[in-house]
Design a protein around this ligand. Structure first.
Ligand code: FNR
Length: 392
């Protein structure tokens, strides 16, 4: 912690401001229209995304006074039986090379340096092998965009590669069997996955099963027919139709480790996840990029936590922008929160150093907030709804 706070005040200058509110605007100045539209774009009118943010303002942290403290609060967490130095993870975000040349490599390295779990996206612009090497000894999880059952051989190959490369948990995203109605991308005529220069296709284009199928079908290699390959890979990972709860059995049979469902927003679905023997859920609405007119993810967390609390590990994302947001989500029942867009702004502004700066700033902000609120640790006994007030 002294590192986190001290490096801004001592000789080591930060790569850009500590003001988390300014990161988005600063990054916007550096991006081309396509990348900007892709990162900032939301579904439809952006109502879900706005709800994600405004939900945090309805909760406020009530400080406790004269709490005898012996140092800074502990932010150690335990998720899926594993101990972590912090309660944050890097959310899976695709095509990171459209934001910075170093893309996933920079993020995987920064996550390892900051001891934060790194979640690699199926839509990555870097192969899973290269991302794993960059992440080194860090904890990494694999996020699956789940091909339809006719492509089960490809799914098996992706899962095998993830396990062989040290990805210890499987995160299955349920809300994106088709990309959302995103006016900014539509206006730009931009879909990163259809670009023949392989952006967003790294995992597929390096996959032996996809390659073999493609060559058998077209009599040509992917490199000889990039545009068609980009279209076909896109339709494999965004198959347009959802799986069913029964299909989860296939993943269980082919994944040796914890499975986490990302995109849960309702109590009935959370209960189905428990019934299906799933290890964890991420209460998320994809940052409001998939479905418009939706509830804030934080409101969903509150309901889900009350209904199922101890039956399954609950993680959270969508709308986290500063340390107090993290504290609120943890107090409302999340074991860990995923940082999304803010670290991409850091990537845009400073590559690996920029991502590290964002993660460290958020953690420093979190620790100082807890400290000044008289909350000695993020354990459930100390950080819970008693620490918050709600005003609708
Ligand atoms: C995403 N997200 C995402 N999720 C996922 O499971 N796989 C993916 O490939 C992506 N790609 C992606 C790209 C971009 C540009 C964004 C902004 C988001 C969703 C991500 O994991 C997370 O749920 C949201 O980013 C959380 O919302 P906020 O906090 O970023 O608003």
């Amino acid at each position: 912690m002294s590192n986190v706070y001290g490096y801004g005040l001592k000789n080591e200058r930060p790569p850009f401001t500590f003001k988390s509110d300014d990161w988005e605007d600063l990054a916007k100045e550096r991006m081309c229209a396509n990348s900007l539209g892709y990162i900032c774009g939301n579904a439809g009118t952006g109502e879900t995304s706005r709800n994600n943010r405004s939900a945090f303002q309805k909760w406020s942290i009530t400080p406790n006074r004269l709490v005898k403290t012996e140092g800074y609060p502990s932010i150690k967490s335990k998720v899926l039986g594993q101990d972590f130095a912090t309660p944050i993870a890097v959310a899976p975000i695709g095509v990171q090379r459209i934001f910075h040349n170093d893309g996933e490599i920079a993020v995987a390295k920064a996550a390892a340096c900051e001891k934060v779990p790194y979640i690699y996206s199926t839509a990555a612009a870097t192969s899973i092998e290269d991302a794993a090497t960059a992440n080194g000894d860090g904890t990494r999880w694999y996020q699956l965009y789940w091909p339809s059952n006719e492509h089960n051989e490809i799914t098996k190959s992706l899962l095998k590669r993830a396990q062989e490369n040290g990805f210890s948990a499987l995160v299955v995203t349920l809300d994106t069997y088709k990309l959302g109605w995103r006016p900014s991308d539509l206006d730009n005529g931009y879909n990163p996955f259809l670009h023949a220069d392989t952006i967003g296709n790294a995992l597929g284009f390096t996959d032996p099963v996809f390659r073999k199928k493609f060559e058998a079908k077209h009599g040509k290699t992917i490199e000889e027919n990039m545009e068609v390959a980009a279209r076909e890979w896109t339709s494999v990972i965004f198959p347009e139709f959802s799986h069913s709860w029964e299909d989860l059995q296939f993943l269980r049979e082919n994944w040796n480790g914890p499975i986490i469902l990302k995109g849960i927003q309702s109590v009935p679905d959370a209960k189905k996840a428990v019934k299906a023997g799933i290890d964890g859920i991420i209460v998320s609405n994809h940052g409001g990029r998939q479905q418009d007119g939706g509830t804030s993810s934080l409101d969903c967390l509150v309901k889900i936590q009350k209904a199922i609390s101890s039956d399954i590990e609950i993680l959270f994302d969508s709308g986290i922008r500063c340390g107090s947001d993290i504290a609120k989500a943890l107090a409302l029942g999340a074991k860990m929160v995923l940082i999304g867009r803010p670290y991409i702004y850091g990537l845009v502004l400073g590559g690996q150093v920029g991502v590290s700066h964002v993660l460290r700033s958020l953690l420093g902000d979190l620790i100082m907030n807890l400290h000044l609120a008289g909350i000695p640790s993020i354990g459930k006994e100390e950080l819970n709804t008693d620490c918050l007030q709600y005003e609708s």
